[in-house]
Design a protein around this ligand. Sequence first.
Ligand SMILES: *Cc1c(COP(=O)(O)O)cnc(C)c1O
Length: 222
Amino acid sequence: MSIETHYKKIRAEVPEHVKIVPAAKTRTPDELRQLIDAGVTDIGENYVQETEDIQQALGDEAKALRWHLIGHLQTNKINKVLGLFDIIETIDSLKLARAVNQRTESVMPVLIEINSGREPQKTGVLPEEAETVIREIATLDKLSVQGLMTMGPRFGEPEEARPYYRTTKELSTHIASLQIPGIKMDVLSMGMSNAYRIAIEEGSTLIRPGTILFGKRACQMG
Ligand SMILES: *Cc1c(COP(=O)(O)O)cnc(C)c1O
């Protein structure tokens, strides 16, 4: 099956309110064009250099897309990221939030990345610290928090991912109930190829499939 067919199949399968943001790391401009032809409006990228290259190759077609940063953001890359992306899904600390707030000229939509498995090797705000961190971020005038994002396990049994998604959804509901001025909890970005169906069952509004659209990556990065 072609990339276009894969996309259309998933689009038909998932509820209309769920946005599909293909995770395009290591993919070529041609592969992305197939998605654009199939109706994709949003693209997820992990790396600055790759995003620069692919946007350049796509030219005007790139300008019509909404670019999501879904990879870890290092402070020294902020200026570049601001010029390339429309939303940063990976605000994983108060420190990073402050740094982005300081450098951006226009208001930047962001998601707060939650380390829903409390895994030491993973980035993200711990669920128990999220309320405090988000209250602080609410005071930053150049960041517009739209919701939460979580990774969860990339591989393994889909069911194993469920508790990670459930924790993040519960957190999102809790934060929404606080009605913190300027903080929206409209977006819940969770679900990759292995378990997007389960993520949607648990309340995801944005899935980030890679492999099931494009096929296996030549090298497994990120
Ligand atoms: C690579 C990646 C994905 C897609 O993963 P697949 O297993 O290929 O579907 C989604 N989100 C992030 C943050 C990624 O880095």
